[in-house]
Structures are given as C-alpha cells and as structure tokens.
Design a protein around this ligand. Sequence first.
Ligand code: WTA
Length: 641
Amino acid sequence: MNETLPMDEKYRVGLARYRQEYKESLENPESFWKEKAKIIDWFSPFDKVLDDSKKPFYRWFINGKTNMSYNCLDRYANNEKRNKVAYIWVPEKGEEKVVTYYGLYRRVNAFAKALLNLGIKKGDGVTIYLPMILEAPIAMLACARIGAVFNVVFSGFGEEALAQRIDDSNSKTVITADGGFRKGKIIELKKIVDAAIDLSKGVDNVIVVKNANNKINMESGRDYYYDQILEDGYVKPEELDSSDPLFILYTSGTTGKPKGIVHGNGGYPVWVANTLKWGFNPKDEDRWWCAADIGWITGHSYIVFAPLLLGMTSIMYEGAIDYPKPDRMWDIIERYGVNILYTSPTAIRLLMKYGEKYPLSHDLSSLKTLGTVGEPINPAAWHWYYDVIGKSRCPIIDTYWQTETGGFTIAPSAHLGLPDLKPGSATFPMPGIDPVIYGDDGKEVKDGEKGYIVLRKPWPGLMLTVNRDEKRYMDVYFSKFPEQYLMGDYAIKDKDGYYWLLGRSDEVLKVSGHRIGTIEVEDELVAMKEVAEAAVFGKPDTVKGDTIIAFVTLKDGYEKSVEVINSIKKRVRADLGPIMVPEEIHIVDAVPKTRSGKIMRRVIKAVYLNQLPGDISTLENEASVEEIKKAVEIIKKEEGD
Ligand code: WTA
C-alpha cells in the first residue's frame, strides 16, 4: 500500500495546476462551472449555475437549453470534422465498420425521424435492449435528439428484469435486435423481448434491428424492422431544459427493486465531457477504447456521450475480450492502433491468467494511457497492467465512480497534472468533488482509518433523482449523513491524501464488475415455488471479484436434489439473466435467523468462508451468541453433507 511510482517530470509540473483548479472548483463553484459548462453548446444560456434551494435535489445550469444529440453530432458533422471517424466498430466475427461524424449524424437523424413518425415525442419512455452494435448509440442519440427518455437494458438481462424496467420507465416502445452474438452463440433477444412484453403492462411499438438473422416472430401492427422505418432527412434537435431527463439507467441497491437512476440534459454532459478530458487528456488524433458494455453506466458515459462530446474516435467492440482467442484484446489494440485503453480489473485479471505470451505476441506500442473502472484494482493486477501491457510508460488512470455520479469522482488527472501513482489507489478527487471519510458516528476518521466515503458538495454529474421514488433518493444517499452524498463504499485516505477504495459497505456485490444486489437475487429465489427462504452473499474470487453463493430452504413437499438446484438456476437465468445466477446453491434445513427474524447473512458467510472470528457476537447486531452457535451448526452440517 505504500509503494509509490514516480511519474514523469512532465506531469509533475502540472500537479500545481491540478491543485489550483481543484481549489478553485470548491471555493468558487459558480465561476468555475460557468467556464467548464462551455464544453457543450447551449441554445439559450443558463441564468444560474446551481440551484440548491430544494436540496438534496440539486439542479444545475438553471434555464439553460441544450441537446445531447446536437452537442455530440451537429457540432462536428457540419464543419471540418465531418469526415473524422466517430466509431470503428469491431464485430465478434468479420470485418469492422467505420462511421464518421457525418455518417452518424445522418443515421441518427433518419432514426429520430422514424421515432417521430411512430408518434414518439419528448418525455416518452423508450427501452433499448440491444447488443453492442452501432444501432445502440444511434438509438440513444435519436431519443436524445427528440427528447424521449431512454432506458438501456443490458442485453444479458432476462425477461423479468427487462419487463420490470419497461414498466418502471413507462416505456411504450422497445428497440431491440433479432439476436446478438456472444462467443459464437446467438442470444435470441427478440424472443426475450416478446416474453418480457407478456409480463409487462404492454407496449405499442417494438423496433427490431436485423443483426443475427435468427428466426423471430413479428407481430403485425406492433413490430417494425428498423431498416424499414428509417427516413432520411433532418430532425431539429429539441431544445431541452438542463434538468429535463436524458435517460434512466437501472442499478442494484440494497432492496429488491433496482433503482432507476435519472440523469439530465445539462449537468450530466458537462460532467462526463470534463471528467474524460481531465482523467485521460485525450488528443484529437487519439483512438480511445472503452471496453465496457453500453448497457452499463461506463458505456453510456464513456463509449457514447463523453467521447462524442469531445469529438473523439472510439473503438466499439461487440464481443468478449477473450474470444475467439485469449489475445483478442491485444489483437484489437495492435490492429487499430489504440492509444488509450479503458477496461476493468476483472478483465485484466482474466487476461493475466492466460499469461504474458498473448500480449507479448502483439505490438502494443500505440498505447499511451491505461484506465480501469468497476472495482478496486489489486496491486498485482495493477502491476501486470502497468508493466506488461503499458511497458512501464503508460500511467494508469484508476477511476472511482458509480451510476449515480454520472462520471469519475476520484481519479488521477493526466490533463491537470498526474500525481505519483500508488498501485491500488484511485488517488485524488476530480474538481468539484469534496470527499470525506466518516465513521459510524458521523465524525471524520483519522488518516489511514477505514470509514464511509461521503461527498460533501454537489457536482454537475449527480443524478437528478431515483425514477418515481424521491424518498428512496433521499433515504439511500442523503440520510445516513444528512445533506451529504453517501457513496456506499468503504475507503481510507492515507497520510499523503490518496484515496483507497475498499469495496461496498452495503449488500451490493461486484461480479465481474457488474453491480448486483444480493437482495435482488434473494427476492427472485423466494418467489419460486420450491423455495421458502434464501440468503445470498458474495464469495471472493480472484478473477471475478465476487461470485454469488445462495443458501436456501425448501418448502414442504420438495426434496433436496441436484434437479431442484438446476431448475432453480435455470429460472434465475431466464428471469434475471446469466450474470445473476448463483454459482453455488446450498439447500439447508433452516436459514439461521435472529429472534426478530433477520437472516444472519454475515454469519452464514463467515462460516462458509471459514472466517469465523473469535468474537462472533459482533457479527450480527441483533443475534445472541446462542443463536449464532446454532447457525454455525446448521451451516456446518450442510457443508459436511
Ligand atoms: C465500485 C461503475 C474501486 C464501487 C462505474 C462503486 C470501484 C461501484 C471503482 C459502482 C474503482 C467502481 N475502485 N471501486 N475504480 N469503480 N467501483 O454503478 O463499489 O456499476 O460504488 O458504476 O463500483 O458501480 P456502478
């Protein structure tokens, strides 16, 4: 934890600039953000930077009118940048497709026109359930152009998860594909959409991109092929208010229902464009590859919006990073001359396991800067990334943030000035971010002590609200420490002011970088006819971060068997999606509970991981030592079976 890697002198000069800008951002936020908001164009200027009269519902750039699609496309499509490449799209199999800023502008306009023709208008909800194909950013930008509020659902989610999101986002339109490719197999997306619609309140339009050419069912009057409804032409971008919603993205929390995080049209673009610039310092000629999926916030902010707002060239890759061979990532970097690679610790650990021979067989000299996101990066993976991939000459920008924050909150800044890096630390806050580490008592802990990371001041990227649930917005994020934003992670600030993120402080898991609520999986399990009770927790995994483990009891009339376990797993896969399937399901006689009926999840986990500490009474607040001893026996018995 104390290792420090000095950065090149050329960056050091800039550290003073970072300090200056950071100070400025906290001391004079009005003038600071007024200047930084120029990173996008405004149809009419805002008359106030921040309105905090209804805190914690902060509103930015009051009365400013703008449009995301205009800022991403029109600004470049109509000048000397029109022929600049926006995306090099790399399929899992076959030849790449290149689309310029002008090409993207044309396609977004044609699709926006199609949406208008279907009667979709400003404020309508649209669910996008697409694989990693160019039509995904096109659909998002077309919705943004007309002011429709889109909700992208990761194409690895199952029918129930999709139905829930369609309903909660009030979507009467779904944009999907016949199928998507995953490691050579076809995922039948349209079929999942059909099943989800049956479970939902119903939709009026389904737009289907022909992609995998698998056989699908088309319902006349409801389903349309994407390429048959496109209409060339120009659609005037809606002049949207800074605080009008841009999109809703669902993410897991500590209760069963996923939260619909709402981001807006003004603060969000200002935040994502500035943070990408500060963090990675991209140059006009750079090729940027964010190897995430558009279904998650990383894909929204840093595959679609920030790179286009900055007029950058991105690689967009359809498939798995180790398919068809473990050198796929390195091959893409060499083939397309990637300069900045932004990926996750879980990806690095997976590729590290395959060995050095794969990266060493490729010329990776185009790389200048590396980045990670999604979970804490362990020093061994950091070093492999730094030494083997970056050849000890590319700084690693470890970006700490979340769906709710819109963009990076803590990350080194290659633009403003890089600090010396400490492997495993995300280093310092971005301008505008004011972190503090509190103990349970709400007092700031000493340097080097673990506590909750909290942001004291609002910043433009903060979500507008939780969709249709303002109470939840306040309860989850602003109640433990009133009026301050609780990130839900543990962290330490060391004596040099570096931040070290230590994982979630709540019941949320990170499985291969994907955020999964244990309660979400428990709710799914107990809804099954065989299952009476369930306790779900994470088991540390050297590649995936966490894997999902479930302990369940069965209802009367059901016997413990491999068939029951397989059938439960199969249903989780269909309902929620493959990433939510527990790796292990243990059937027990009873799930240990406290007298007040709370499942002793932490005791079960400790026994399972063989980590029972000496003083078990501290493990569960409400449990007596006797109860815990009983719990240990129940679990041990299962283990011994
Ligand atoms: C975790 C992903 C440590 C953290 C952008 C956070 C990280 C959650 C890092 C948000 C990092 C993300 N170091 N932990 N660099 N980046 N996290 O909403 O627990 O999918 O709260 O957003 O991921 O996950 P989400």
